[in-house]
Structure formats: structure tokens, C-alpha cells
Design a protein. Structure first.
Length: 171
């Protein structure tokens, strides 16, 4: 070794440091891809975790009987406020039902209620009477509906709500 050269670590030591850094980077990228893929699959195909259950909530009317809704306490002690309609669905009475002389109908829907107050991914669970256009009218009418979202410990959260849209011919 030349005394004029500064002391350097052996080449093998430097290679090991690079190897460890590269492996850490590979693990971090794989973890990020796994989390992203999990979120993508969950958003695309819904909740596939059999241990997790969804709570279906019937939104309260804007002016609930007895005043505003009272918060409840969740299983872990959290304060849960149910969603409340700020603008209920107001669908038009379907023309096929009018032509057939049907005076009333109802549609049960399940929707994802976003923390923003909008509803999306609505699914028709039932339509009475079937085939009279009530389902289409309810889905169209729910586009303008808004809710004050469910909140947990003061934080607004997405939730799944289930509700019935009722139709009646005004005399």
C-alpha cells in the first residue's frame, strides 16, 4: 500500500453497502406496488374481505322527528353521527307508469355516500311494480341528492347507505 494514498475501505465493503441500499429500494417499491394494487382491486371489485362487514345506513330526514339526530357510540368508543339528507332525491314520475295507470311505486337503492356529500355507485335492490320505469327514474333523481355524510369522531367518512324512493301520483 502506498503511504501517500488515503485509507479507503475495502471494495467488498462498499459493494455490500450498495447491495443493501438496492435491496431496501426494491422492497420499498414492491411494498408501494402492493398497497396500490390492493387499493385498486378494492375500488374496482368492492370489499372482498370476508371479515369486514359493511354497515348500511338509512339517512335521516333533514328535520328528524325530535330535532337533529343524536350521535351514537361505536364499538371502540368512537362518536358516530349518521348521515342526514341535505337534499333528498326528487325524481320525476316515470311516463311508462303514467301510461299504464300505475298510481304509486317504490325503489330500494344502495349507494356509496362520499365524504363530499355526493352519492355514487347506486344499485337497485328492488322495484315495485317492476318494469314500470321507477328504477330508472330513481337512479336519475338521486344524481342531484346530497347528504351530510357519516362522521366518526368528527371526521366525515364514506359509507354505504340504503334507502327507499317512493313515487305517488298527486291528486
Amino acid at each position: 500500500m502506498d503511504p501517500r494514498e488515503p485509507n479507503r475501505p475495502a471494495a467488498g465493503s462498499r459493494d455490500r453497502i450498495v447491495d443493501v441500499a438496492v435491496w431496501c429500494l426494491v422492497i420499498a417499491v414492491l411494498f408501494a406496488l402492493g398497497v396500490g394494487a390492493n387499493r385498486w382491486f378494492a375500488a374496482r371489485f368492492g370489499n372482498e374481505d370476508p371479515t369486514r362487514t359493511e354497515e348500511w345506513v338509512e339517512p335521516l330526514p333533514r328535520e328528524a322527528p325530535g330535532g337533529p339526530s343524536q350521535p351514537s357510540v361505536g364499538p371502540n368508543g368512537e362518536v358516530v353521527q349518521s348521515p342526514v339528507w341535505t337534499r333528498q332525491p326528487v325524481p320525476e314520475y316515470p311516463r311508462p307508469a303514467m301510461r299504464r295507470g300505475i298510481e304509486s311505486g317504490s325503489v330500494m337503492l344502495r349507494c356509496k355516500a362520499l365524504a363530499s356529500g355526493a352519492l355514487e355507485a347506486c344499485v337497485v335492490l328492488s322495484e315495485q311494480p317492476a318494469g314500470a320505469g321507477f328504477a330508472e327514474a330513481a337512479l336519475h333523481g338521486v344524481r342531484s341528492a346530497r347528504i351530510q355524510p357519516r362522521s366518526v369522531d368528527g371526521f366525515e367518512t364514506d359509507s354505504t347507505i340504503q334507502f327507499t324512493v317512493r313515487f305517488r301520483v298527486e291528486p
